[in-house]
Design a protein around this ligand. Structure first.
Ligand SMILES: [Zn+2]
Length: 398
């Protein structure tokens, strides 16, 4: 099959038929009663039953063959460096490999693995601006990388945040990875960032590698970042009582990562569930990291949280799609007219004890991915990384 690397033409019409199960990404309504989606110019134009939808004039028809369709998965926490290379484990094509895990969008939590990363104010601003430009200009295998996330240092002043925002920077790297580790300084800088429309996150928990520091609940709550980065540790978690203080003490995003403490991930999930605030929970991998790159990290989190955290599989998918899209102001992540046509086709893996995709995930199996679409164009067919799906979509015509 022909895989796209180019941009989507404005009139390009994609029709997807025979969707067996449609997961919306919306936590208030995770399943939709529809079997057909039309996308024009890379945006969703119609969702419904086949007989009600105008399918004429399609440039591309995908027959889902009864497989499930989910919004493309979003990894809320990655550390990209240059193109599809990571210096952390000196690996090539880790982003392409992650696309094979259903991920279509990644959010940088700081380009802190860049060898020789500058820590002076001019240098760190320059790295952030160039990273934002580089990943806007180049999407490895089509994956959307929101990068350019400066790691803040105590010497920064308000004017620096204004200048970064004017230059197109929209994210801060994890607060705490640089020289700012105390609550009052973090709070001042996070509020400057917010004033100029820059979203913030923080490194929660023990030090990640020699040279980084412990960030405990008082600092997290005082800093008041938009997202509480890896609340289950990256990788070392805070005590449960501090996780509770954070869940109850703020209204911000609660991020759980693959490269964290799995028990603390379940503790966080249960607290959010008890508080009826699952909409605040978002998923990331924190990859590349000391534990490597995790091409299937997001689907592994979905299966782990669903199977061990008593969470319906269709709801678990929302934590890595619609919740993140809303928290991060992205136009993907939800199956809704007008949003980006970023999709992953999935089915139960061959041999699973589960009867269907949702049951397989609730039993702790990984979904089999049959195709991934970004902006209305297929980017990869049957995943080389997941177990084989029972049903995989086919290109029916173009
Ligand atoms: Zn971290």
């Amino acid at each position: 099959m022909e895989l796209a690397s180019e941009a989507t033409a404005p009139d390009h019409k994609l029709v997807i038929r025979n969707i067996g199960l449609l997961l919306s990404g919306k936590i208030e309504e995770p399943l939709l009663d529809a079997d057909t989606i039309v996308a024009i110019g890379g945006r969703i134009a119609a969702i419904g039953k086949s007989k009600d939808i105008d399918q004429d004039g399609a440039h591309l028809v995908i027959d889902a063959k009864g497989a499930a369709l989910t919004p493309g998965l979003i990894d809320s926490h990655v550390h990209p460096a240059a193109g599809d290379w990571t210096p952390r484990q000196n690996q090539l094509n880790w982003i392409d490999s992650t696309l094979n895990g259903g991920v279509t969008t990644m959010i940088s939590a700081g380009e802190m693995h860049m060898p020789g990363r500058p820590r002076d104010v001019v240098g760190l601003k320059a790295l952030a601006i160039s990273s934002q430009r580089i990943f806007s200009n180049f999407r490895p295998s089509g994956v959307k990388i929101h990068a350019g996330a400066p790691v803040i240092e105590p010497e920064m002043v308000e004017e620096d945040f204004k200048e970064l925002a004017a230059a197109g920077v929209k994210l801060l790297g994890e607060v705490g990875l640089g020289g700012v580790k105390d609550g009052p300084t973090a709070r001042r800088m996070v509020s400057w960032a917010r004033k100029y429309g820059i979203q913030s996150t923080i490194h929660t928990g023990g030090p990640s590698i020699p040279g980084s520091g412990l960030i405990a609940s008082e600092v997290v709550l005082e800093a008041d970042t938009d997202v509480v980065g890896h609340l289950n540790g990256g990788p070392t978690a805070l005590p449960d009582r501090e996780i509770r203080c954070i869940c109850e003490g703020c209204k911000r995003g609660l991020e759980i990562v693959h490269n964290g403490n799995s028990r603390a991930a379940l503790v966080t999930l249960r607290m959010a569930h008890e508080m009826n605030q699952l909409h605040r929970v978002i998923l990331g991998t924190d990859s590349p990291a000391g534990s490597g790159v995790q091409p299937l990290g997001i689907v592994r989190m979905i299966s782990m949280l669903s199977s061990m955290g008593d969470l319906a599989a269709e709801t678990a998918f929302c934590l890595a799609t619609g919740n993140t899209a809303r928290m991060r102001n992205l136009d993907a992540g939800i199956i809704e007219v007008g949003r980006a046509a970023d999709f992953a086709f999935m089915d139960k893996p061959q041999g699973s004890a589960g009867k269907n995709l949702l049951e397989a995930v609730q039993l702790g199996d990984l979904p089999g991915i049959g195709m991934v679409v970004i902006d209305g164009l297929p980017r990869v067919g049957r995943s080389r990384n997941t177990p084989p799906a029972e049903r995989i979509p086919e290109i029916a015509g173009s």
